[in-house]
Design a protein around this ligand. Structure first.
Ligand code: ZN
Ligand code: ZN
Length: 759
C-alpha cells in the first residue's frame, strides 16, 4: 500500500450542475496530475496522483466554483497499479447513496448577459443563453444525475458549435446542460388573442408592444407562467385585479434594474445584494412614494420587487422603460400554471397575449420571497433559487422519513441519516390541484432517491389533506405514521435551524420557544396559535399561552373577521365595542352571533395571535373581510410605523396564561381618539413586552421564534429592541420561512430524533 501511486477523493455537497467537474479537470491539468473525475449522482469521485493530493485538495477547497458547496471530502488509497497518462472526465454514473442535494435554478450570470448584448457573439439576442454557472436546474430536472438527457433539454439537439462548447473541458459551457443558441434554438412564440403573431425576436417585439398598449400577458417563466402588465397603467392593473379576483392582494413588480427599483422603494445594501444574487428573489422593500404604488400593494408598507432573472426577461426590458406587474398565473389558491394547455383551460379570458416557449417546465416553482427583518434577509416564501433546500442536521437516523407539512403554505421534507431536503413551497392543500401537485412531489422525491419511507410524520389534525394523503401513502407503502402537534413542529424546526446556524445550544439544552401564528390544532382540541414552549427535541413543555377566546362560526370567521372582533369584545365585556359592532352588523346576524357565543354553538376556542391581529384591525374598523393571509398584520404594521409611542396596553400573566381583557378595554377608549397609528404601535409594543416578560421569567435560556406572526418586521424589531439591554440570546429563522412552510422540516426533525435508532 505504501507504494500506491494514486488516491481516490470523494467529494459530497452541492456539486451537480455548477461546473464542478470542469473545475476539477482544469485544476488537475494545471497541476499536471493524471487520473480522472466522475459524477456519482450527488458525489464526485476523483482519482489522482497520491504525492500531490494534499495540495490538490487544498486548492479544491480554496477555489471551488461559487455556486458549489462542499460538505465533505473523503480519501481512499487506490492500489491499482496501472499507469495513467492524462486527466479525463468520465461518464456519469448513478449511485444510490441516500439523499443528495438537488441543484437549484440560478439567475442568468453577468458573462452570459454580456454575450447576449454583444452583436459579434453567437449568443447575441438569444433568450435562453446560459452556462455552467447559471440557468434553470431543478425546474427542468426529471431524474438524477443532473445530465442533459435527464432534463427537459433532452429533446433539443445541439448544433455543432454548441456541441463543441459542451464537449470542451476548457470552455465555460463544458457540460452546461441547458446549452443552446440561435442556431439550435428553443423557439419563443407570441400569441395575441389566440393567433400566432411572432417567433423569437419578433415575439419579444410584439410582446413589448402589447405591454405598452396596456395588455395583460401570460409569460412563461422558469418555474411557471406569470401574468405581467404595465405597472404604471392603472387601467391594466384594475383589469388584472378584476379578472384574477384579487381586489386587495399585493402584486410584485419586476423592474429593469436597481435604478428603476430605487424610484419605487428604499433599498439597503443587503437588499440590493439579495436582489442581484443568483437566487434573484422577490424582495419586500419599503415603498418610497405611496401614491405611485398604492394600487399595486394597497394599505401596506412594502412592495415586492424582483429583477429580471432570465435572458428572456432582459430582452423584454430592452424594449420597455416601465416596471411590470409580475404575479403568478393561477386562480387564487391554485398552484402556478406550468404549461400552455393548462393556461388556456384555467385562465382563458384573463390575459390578452401569451409569450410561450418550447421547453417543458418539469417542476413548477414559485419565486422566492425574502424580507429584511431585524438585520437579516429572511425567507418568507421558499421557492426558485432557495429550494429544494438541503440541510445537514447532526441527527443520524436509520429511518427514511417524510415530513408531510401543514395544510397551508405546505411543503414536504425528505430526511435520511443527517440529510434533510425541503421541497419548495407548494401552497394550500384545500385546493384539489395543489393537492395533486403535492402528491407528485411526494412521488418525485421517492423516485429520484429510490428510497422507501419508513416513517411519515404528519399533523395531529386527521382531516387535513396532508393527513389524509399521509394515511393513504402509509398504507400503500406499509410504513409507520407519527403525529406531531403543529406548534411543536414549528418549535422543532426553529430549534434545529438554530443549532445548524451555530447557536450555542446543544440538543439536550432547553430553549424558550415563542410560537405564534394563525392556527393549528392543539393537544386539547382548541385551535392554538399563541404558544410558549420550554424544551428541546426530547421534550417540549407548554409553559404559556394566550387565554383562549371564542371564534364564532369556527374557521369561517378567518375570512369575515368582524366575527372575531365581535367575539373578542363579548369575551372581554367591552360594551362600547359591542355597541359599535351592532351598528354595522345586521341585527339578525348580531343576535345570532351573540347567541352562538353565549351557548357555545359552532364556536371554537383559540389562543391564536394571528386572530388577535384580525380582531384589533376589525375593532379599529380598518378591515372587516380578510382578502389574503397576513393582511391585518401588514396593515397594523404599516400604521404602527407612524407612531413613536413606547406605551403598552396592560396585560397579566397568571400561571402562564396571558390575560388581555384590560388591553381590549383600554383599546376601547383609545378608539375614540381615532389615532390608529398609536393604537397599532401600542398593540405591537404590548406583544413584544409579553415576550420580554417570559424571557425575563426564564433567565438564561436562548429565545427562539417561529410562526407566521414573525413575518411582522415591526414586531420582531421591537422585541429585539426590548431584549438588547438584557443581553438575551435569541434566534429567528434565516434558512426557512417562519410560516407553515417550515412545518414539514420540523415534523421530520422530530420523527428522526425520536426514532433515530429504532425502526
Ligand atoms: Zn452564464
Ligand atoms: Zn447551438
Amino acid at each position: 500500500m505504501l507504494s500506491a501511486k494514486y488516491i481516490k477523493i470523494f467529494i459530497g455537497g452541492v456539486i451537480q450542475g455548477v461546473g464542478f467537474r470542469p473545475f476539477i479537470y482544469r485544476l488537475a491539468r494545471e497541476m499536471d496530475l493524471n487520473g480522472w473525475v466522475k459524477n456519482l449522482g450527488g458525489r464526485v469521485e476523483i482519482l489522482v496522483n497520491r504525492d500531490k493530493s494534499e495540495d490538490f485538495i487544498q486548492r479544491i477547497m480554496d477555489e471551488a466554483p461559487n455556486s458549489s458547496q462542499i460538505y465533505d471530502i473523503e480519501t481512499q488509497i487506490y492500489d491499482g497499479n496501472e499507469v495513467l497518462k492524462d486527466f479525463k472526465i468520465l461518464e456519469s454514473q448513478r449511485e444510490k447513496l441516500g439523499l443528495q442535494p438537488l441543484t437549484k435554478d440560478r439567475a442568468i450570470c453577468d458573462v452570459c448577459l454580456l454575450e447576449m448584448e454583444d452583436k459579434t457573439n453567437r449568443h447575441y439576442g438569444y433568450a435562453f443563453t446560459n452556462c455552467t454557472d447559471c440557468g434553470p436546474r431543478y425546474s427542468i430536472l426529471k431524474t438524477l444525475p443532473y445530465d442533459r438527457k435527464n432534463t427537459s433539454m433532452s429533446s433539443f439537439k445541439m448544433c455543432s458549435e454548441c456541441q463543441n462548447e459542451y464537449k470542451n473541458p476548457e470552455d465555460r459551457r463544458f457540460h452546461a446542460q441547458t446549452n443552446s443558441c440561435l442556431k439550435c434554438a428553443i423557439d419563443l412564440k407570441f400569441y395575441h388573442q389566440g393567433e400566432l403573431k411572432g417567433i423569437n425576436e419578433q415575439a419579444i417585439e410584439k410582446c413589448a408592444i402589447a405591454l405598452k398598449e396596456g395588455k395583460i400577458i401570460a409569460l412563461k417563466g422558469i418555474g411557471g407562467f406569470t401574468l405581467i402588465c404595465n405597472a404604471m397603467n392603472d387601467e391594466s392593473i384594475q383589469r388584472l385585479r378584476k379578472k384574477k379576483h384579487r381586489p386587495k392582494k399585493p402584486f410584485a413588480l419586476m423592474v429593469r434594474d436597481i435604478q428603476m427599483a430605487l424610484k419605487l422603494v428604499y433599498l439597503s445594501n443587503q437588499e440590493i445584494e439579495a436582489l442581484t444574487s443568483s437566487v434573484a428573489p422577490i424582495v419586500l422593500a419599503r415603498k418610497k412614494n405611496f401614491m405611485d404604488t398604492e394600487k399595486i400593494a394597497p394599505n401596506i408598507e412594502t412592495l415586492g420587487i424582483v429583477l429580471p432573472y432570465s435572458g428572456l426577461h432582459h430582452l423584454l426590458f430592452q424594449q420597455i422603460d416601465f416596471p411590470i406587474v409580475f404575479t403568478s398565473a393561477n386562480i387564487s389558491g391554485e398552484p402556478i400554471i406550468k404549461n400552455f394547455d393548462e393556461l388556456l383551460k384555467k385562465l382563458d379570458g384573463i390575459f390578452d397575449g401569451v409569450l410561450d416557449y418550447e421547453r417543458e417546465i418539469v417542476h413548477f416553482i414559485d419565486d422566492s420571497v425574502v424580507r429584511l427583518i431585524a438585520g437579516e434577509m429572511r425567507p418568507i416564501r421558499l421557492g426558485r433559487g432557495l429550494a429544494p433546500l438541503d440541510l445537514n442536521i447532526d441527527i443520524n437516523s436509520i429511518n427514511v422519513c417524510v415530513g408531510m407539512g401543514a395544510e397551508q403554505k405546505s411543503s414536504l421534507t425528505y430526511a435520511y441519516m443527517d440529510e434533510y431536503i425541503v421541497s419548495p413551497y407548494i401552497g394550500d392543500l384545500d385546493n384539489p390541484d395543489t393537492e395533486k401537485r403535492y402528491e407528485e412531489i411526494f412521488d418525485f422525491f421517492g423516485q429520484i432517491y429510490s428510497l422507501k419511507p419508513d416513517i411519515l410524520a404528519r399533523d395531529l389534525h386527521n382531516n387535513h389533506h396532508s393527513s389524509i394523503i399521509s394515511a393513504k401513502k402509509s398504507t400503500q407503502i406499509q410504513c409507520k405514521e407519527i403525529k406531531i402537534q403543529h406548534h411543536q413542529a414549528h418549535f422543532c424546526a426553529i430549534f434545529a435551524e438554530a443549532i445548524l446556524q451555530g447557536m450555542d445550544i446543544k440538543k439536550e439544552n432547553k430553549v424558550l420557544g415563542i410560537i405564534w401564528d394563525g392556527s393549528g390544532l392543539g393537544d386539547d382540541g382548541n385551535i392554538w396559535g399563541g404558544e410558549i414552549f420550554l424544551g428541546n427535541l426530547c421534550s417540549i413543555e407548554r409553559i404559556g399561552h394566550f387565554k383562549p377566546f371564542g371564534l364564532i362560526g369556527g374557521e369561517e370567521a378567518i375570512k369575515k373577521i368582524y366575527k372575531i372582533g365581535y367575539g373578542l369584545a363579548l369575551e372581554c365585556g367591552a360594551n362600547k365595542i359591542i355597541e359599535s359592532y351592532e351598528k354595522i352588523i345586521p341585527k339578525k346576524e348580531s343576535m345570532l352571533l351573540k347567541m352562538m357565543f353565549e351557548k357555545n354553538i359552532n364556536t371554537i376556542k383559540t389562543t391564536s395571535v394571528g386572530r388577535l391581529f384580525d380582531a384589533v384591525a376589525s375593532i379599529c374598523g380598518l378591515v372587516q373581510n380578510n382578502h389574503y393571509d397576513g393582511q391585518t398584520g401588514m396593515i397594523l404594521e404599516k400604521l404602527s410605523k407612524g407612531s413613536l409611542t413606547q406605551e403598552c396596553y396592560d396585560f397579566k400573566i397568571t400561571q402562564g396564561t396571558i390575560l388581555y381583557e384590560k388591553m381590549i378595554l383600554q383599546l376601547q377608549e383609545d378608539i375614540l381618539t381615532k389615532d390608529f397609528e398609536k393604537i397599532a404601535k401600542k398593540f405591537i409594543n404590548t406583544l413584544a413586552k409579553i415576550v420580554l416578560d417570559f424571557a425575563l421569567s426564564y433567565p438564561g435560556y436562548c429565545v427562539v421564534f417561529s410562526g407566521g406572526v414573525f413575518q411582522n418586521k415591526a414586531l420582531c424589531e421591537k422585541i429585539l429592541e426590548l431584549f438588547k439591554p438584557h443581553n438575551i440570546r435569541f434566534y429567528m429563522h434565516k434558512l426557512l420561512p417562519p410560516n407553515d412552510t417550515c412545518i414539514s422540516f420540523g415534523q421530520a426533525v422530530y420523527a428522526q430524533y425520536h426514532f433515530r435508532d429504532k425502526k
